[in-house]
Design a protein around this ligand. Sequence first.
Ligand code: ADP
Length: 162
Amino acid sequence: MTKALYAGSFDPITNGHLAIIERAQKLFDELVVAVVHNPNKQMLFSLEERKSLVEVVLQEANLAEAKVVTYDGLLVEFARVLQVDAIVRGLRVNSDFDYEFQMALMNRDMAPGIESVFLMTDSQYIFLSSSIIKEVKSYGEDISHLVPPVVDRALGQRLRRG
Ligand code: ADP
């Protein structure tokens, strides 16, 4: 049985994240998707809202076997507690690479038994990030091809109110 952890802020989850989850599920017997609680980072959605959006999106995409949890603290420590074999990360543009390389080496140093596994993004999602989605949507642009419908609606409501 192989078990992997895919973690992120998911503020909110995008089609880029979803594609990584779908592919990671094929690679591992068990996948845990972890939504991070980071009080130092300002988020548009609360931890519970982000988790619930991930759950709904996975349900709608028929990927609900993945378990969705929240965590705070150090990712590698959480990975150790869950006893996963691998930490999955998505790679987009060059700028992800340096940071991810550094984190992967640091994580290996702290937890030599846990592999970091990188999945290249799909080409249509190469410049897709939660922050760019929020920015573009706040100007009323159509992002419906980049996020699941439930996320599009949640963003519309949140950004109109805000
Ligand atoms: P963080 O705040 O850690 O960047 P994110 O939720 O933005 O959290 O990202 C979580 C993981 O998903 C990271 O490995 C990130 O590289 C990956 N990711 C984010 N957007 C995409 C995308 N468009 N394509 C592939 N991977 C992505």
